[in-house]
Design a protein around this ligand. Structure first.
Ligand SMILES: Cc1ncc(COP(=O)(O)O)c(C=O)c1O
Length: 426
């Protein structure tokens, strides 16, 4: 559905790689190896991105500065630790289409989601419902339900789950807007994923935001599967907040610190309730150690603790690579690469499997979810034995993501060969 002309043979993949201006970025990452020592076909960047080869040097620098300077590293490290998190701000802002003051790298996704809901989920008896996707990532569901309970409401009535129609897997766009229009007056918060983790469906965040705001709802997004994957224009689209993790497409390493966006219009919303912590306290006064919390303007005003420098260092390495590659070029390659994957899967065509991710490029990112009802997790293990790393989501879905930063057309070709071999074996 990309309109691009693809061909089935291996020569096409080789030619596409030879012509790919981003092909060189592949060598900047470590690829896991098979037992026989070959590079795996790694299609799991939607879960954990690969390690940039520069990550170690960035961590080593901080370990050395810590060894040599101790506490003085806060001021005298080559990159002083006190303002270290700001080394990530501009690049993060560029990635999600925000102003620097609107973003901060802190905590992890679920923690940030809670912090955002403390401020932006302000239920009243007339308007206390939250909209999520049915089948949203479990952590989001737990977080949202627990917030509803904290405020004394019952998730059974306060949670609205957007659901695909019977026999369908993705949520129809008109069903989202119809729900917002119909129930808007009772909705306090619309909290959707930018890309659904299971189906790979991308949502039209601009229109959802406009529609939600027009009905008086607060709008927030979980961008775990969208950041570093889709072109985002958060400032322009205007959601109230967004949260994401930096370990998937953004390659910051396992459990890496997450990202948070608070729209500029809330930068000085001092009346918003929020959890306080000394790192969100007005910077100029922080070390006066006063008893009263006075938040900083902008997203940094939601910080709680001083940041983990050793965890930020590899993210810094990755964001530098992203800046060099450029999101627009990455997205253009991604549309082509994912389209190629879909094209090859269509050639395999069998009743044994179906692609449940939307076909239109604007309704998906890099991930393709393949439903294989007769296979279980063992199918994924079988692929792993063939040197392919994807992942399995119960009950019946294989997720694979050709990541434009380090995957090649030949990866995609090799994957489909192995997928087909595994599917028709036994
Ligand atoms: C969509 C989504 N939301 C939330 C999370 C939870 O992230 P964290 O463990 O960083 O809180 C994940 C993790 O994979 C996710 O995919």
């Amino acid at each position: 559905m990309t309109g691009q002309a693809y061909e089935t043979g291996a020569a096409f993949a080789a030619r596409m790689d030879a012509e790919d201006p981003l092909a060189g970025f592949r060598t900047r990452f470590f690829f896991p190896k098979t037992v026989s020592g070959e590079e795996c076909i790694y299609l799991c960047g939607h879960s954990l991105g690969l390690q940039p080869k520069t990550a170690k040097a960035y961590i080593d620098q901080e370990l050395q500065d810590w060894a040599q300077l101790g506490v003085e590293g806060h001021f005298r490290a080559r990159d002083p630790w006190l303002p270290y998190h700001r080394l990530l701000t501009e690049r993060t802002a560029a990635l999600v289409g925000a102003k620097p003051q609107e973003v901060v790298v802190m905590n992890s996704l679920t923690v940030n989601l809670h912090l955002m809901m403390v401020s932006f989920y302000r239920p009243t008896p007339q308007r206390h419902r939250i909209v999520v996707e049915r089948g949203a990532f479990p952590s989001d569901q737990y977080a949202v339900k627990s917030q509803i309970r904290v405020h004394g409401y019952d998730p059974a009535s306060a949670l609205i789950e957007l659901t695909a129609r019977p026999g369908e897997f993705c949520i129809r766009y008109e069903d989202i807007t119809a729900l917002i229009d119909r129930e808007g007056k009772s909705i306090a918060l619309i909290m959707l994923g930018g890309v659904n983790y299971a189906t790979g469906q991308a949502f039209d965040m601009r229109t959802i935001t406009e529609r939600g705001h027009a009905r008086g709802c607060v709008v927030g997004f979980d961008l775990a599967h969208a950041a570093g994957n889709l072109l985002l224009e958060l400032h322009e689209w205007g959601p109230d907040f967004a949260v994401w993790c930096n370990y998937k497409y953004l390659n910051g390493g396992p459990g890496c610190v997450g990202g948070c966006f608070v729209h500029e219009r809330h930068a000085r919303a001092w009346d918003l309730p929020r959890h306080g912590g000394w790192w969100g306290h007005e910077e100029k006064l922080r070390f006066e150690m006063g008893p009263d919390f006075q938040p900083m303007a902008g997203a940094e005003g939601w910080q709680l603790s001083n940041p983990p420098i050793l965890a930020l260092a590899p993210l810094r390495a990755s964001l530098e690579i992203f800046q060099e590659a450029g999101m627009e070029r990455l997205r253009a390659k991604s549309v082509s690469l994912t389209g190629y994957l879909e094209f090859l899967l269509e050639k395999v065509a069998s009743p044994k499997f179906s692609v449940i991710t939307p076909a239109e490029p604007e309704r998906r990112g890099a991930q393709i979810s393949i439903r294989i009802p007769d296979k279980g997790r063992a199918f994924c293990d079988q692929l792993a034995d063939l040197g392919v790393i994807g992942d399995w989501r119960e009950p019946d879905t294989l997720r694979v993501a050709p990541v434009p930063l380090y995957n090649s057309y030949q990866d995609v070709y090799g994957f489909v060969q192995r997928f087909s071999a595994a599917l028709f074996s036994g």
